[in-house]
Design a protein around this ligand. Structure first.
Ligand SMILES: [Zn+2]
Length: 204
């Protein structure tokens, strides 16, 4: 091994990040070691890990249990927007176009990269909808292949549940194909939400 063991450990830690290969991991590790602010990074990681958790209601990464969005009585509990990632909640909130509640799946169906349905918080979503307050489930997964497959999975899970599924809608197709929610302008998100179409329940 060419590197001192602690440096090798740091490189390997970076390599575990999504999309980071060996060369990028080395570059990041050297950068961190040269940066006088490196200790601040370590503290920030430690603090974020210690002071945030998964909200038991919406499965978003949050400070507080339940999170601020789930505890807000001003938000409409009848409309539930289902997104893939916490950053998509951020995008919707930044756009300010939605005043209902969220459910974060924590990923999208992508068996090739190891994300299967059991990794997504779909069972928790079904349980939540089964509790009765939700009148519409808005599927706001990304307009790409994984997002479409994930949306279908949610529709199937809600239809198979032992209660009458609520109205299920999908964001309008005007979204640029293959794009991600977090890169969309406010106007596009607003149009997509306004033009959402029913995708379920498919029978009855
Ligand atoms: Zn929450």
């Amino acid at each position: 091994m060419a590197y001192p063991e602690p440096l090798e450990g740091l490189i390997e830690a970076f390599e575990r990040f999504p999309g980071i290969g060996r060369v990028s991991a080395e570059r990041l590790a050297f950068h961190v070691l040269r940066d006088p602010q490196a200790a601040a990074l370590a503290t920030a990681i430690e603090r974020a890990a210690r002071e945030t958790g998964i909200c038991s209601v919406c499965c978003n990464i949050a400070q507080g249990e339940p999170c601020e969005l789930c505890s807000d009585p001003e938000r409409d509990a009848a409309a539930l927007c289902v997104v893939e990632e916490p950053r998509h909640v951020e995008a919707m909130e930044r756009a300010g176009v939605f005043r209902g509640r969220y459910h974060v799946l924590m990923g999208a169906l992508n068996p090739a990269e190891g994300t299967e349905d059991r990794h997504l918080s779909i069972a928790r979503l079904v349980e939540r909808v089964g509790a009765g307050a939700v009148e519409e489930v808005i599927l706001a997964t990304d307009p790409d292949a994984e997002g479409e497959a994930t949306a279908l999975l949610v529709v199937e899970a809600l239809e198979a549940a032992p209660f009458r599924a609520p109205l299920i809608t999908r964001l309008a197709r005007g979204l640029p194909a293959g794009s991600s929610l977090d890169y969309l302008h406010r106007g596009i998100l607003e149009d997509a939400l306004a033009g959402r179409r029913s995708v379920g329940p498919r029978s009855g």
